[in-house]
Design a protein around this ligand. Structure first.
Ligand SMILES: C[S@@+](CC[C@H](N)C(=O)[O-])C[C@H]1O[C@@H](n2cnc3c(N)ncnc32)[C@H](O)[C@@H]1O
Length: 297
């Protein structure tokens, strides 16, 4: 069977199974079978699939018909232009999280500027290695690895409560040739030592009562430890914010990914737990509260 015929058949099957994004799903899965990029599938439309390739495609389409996400099926996803392995032990990184990475990179530049202003140029490179970053709830390692890929001199620590997620993150760091991250299993700050210039967190923020309303791809295939933020969604962030002050350097920054209508509630918590700090809420393209930036007033 030719690629174009197998594609139309797959799309039809996915449509019948009422899968979200049947065309795009079929293209991603076919690309993996062919070992090409999604954009290159159409160029191969006249190619004849081997028996093995057809078997693999059928297996993929069957999984997608059960609403498993394409990323969990192929086991890989792109984030910040890098490839990440994902499994049922980790959340699939979302494109919105790149906003947090972008903001944190701004803070790194801010520190670099301060350092280069206070030092001889020859010392600047060495001084950069003094910038320290903590990523709490690292999951597959996305935020820490993206930052490390941009700033290989910086010292990063990445923690997660899930030992299985830590294993995935370590595999991703190795695959992306990242050497400057220390991965630690830790319930928030329980195994963290020292103070950091920048603390990033993408902790669970979905209210427990809403998890069952999420698409099957999310609620049935992603770990609830990565999603469930407790009653009203901000229980874990409240614990995080009540403790983060002890781990932040006086001029440090905190970046938290949050969700819909959570900006105001986070601001209230910052007033309570981090006096002397202020908070800016950054929204995403859909105008949803997405990143809380916490910095000295
Ligand atoms: C929303 S996922 C984010 C994963 C990753 N940072 C990303 O952006 O793709 C939340 C992560 O926080 C971790 N987590 C949940 N509760 C935690 C806790 N108390 N301490 C540390 N990590 C926790 C979960 O295991 C999960 O990997």
């Amino acid at each position: 069977m030719k690629v174009k015929e197998a594609l139309s058949r797959s799309i039809l099957e996915l449509k019948k199974a009422k899968v979200e994004g049947p065309i795009s799903s079929a293209h991603v899965l076919m690309a993996d079978v062919l070992g090409v990029r999604k954009e290159e599938v159409l160029v191969s439309s006249e190619r004849v699939l081997s028996g093995l390739e057809l078997k693999k495609l059928k297996n993929y389409i069957d999984q997608r018909k059960n609403h498993k996400s394409v990323w969990h099926i192929v086991g890989r996803v792109s984030f910040w232009g890098l490839d990440f392995f994902v499994s049922s032990d980790v959340l699939v990184p979302r494109p919105e999280t790149e906003i947090l990475v972008q903001e944190a990179l701004g803070a790194i530049s801010n520190f670099e500027f301060r350092i280069s202003n206070s030092n001889q140029k020859s010392e600047t490179k060495n001084q950069k290695s003094k910038i320290s970053i903590l990523d709490v709830g690292t999951g597959s390692g996305t935020i820490a690895i993206a930052l490390a890929s941009e700033s290989p001199e910086i010292k990063l620590t990445a923690v997660d409560k899930s030992p299985k997620a830590i294993k995935v993150a370590q595999k991703n760091a190795k695959y992306n040739k990242i050497k400057n991250i220390k991965f630690i299993e830790s319930d928030l700050f329980s195994s963290v030592k020292g103070r950091f210039d920048i603390i990033c967190a993408n902790l669970p923020y979905i209210p427990s009562e809403e998890i069952g309303l999420l698409p099957v791809e999310v609620c049935c295939y992603e770990p609830h430890l990565a999603l469930d933020g407790g009653s009203k969604g901000l229980e874990i962030y409240e614990k995080f914010l009540s403790g983060v002050g002890k781990y932040l350097k006086p001029e440090g920054f905190v970046f938290c990914e949050i969700g819909i209508n959570q900006g105001k509630k986070i601001k209230k918590m910052i007033k309570k737990y981090l006096p002397g700090f202020r908070c800016i809420i950054k929204r995403d393209l859909a105008e949803i509260d997405r990143v809380a930036i916490i910095l000295k007033s």
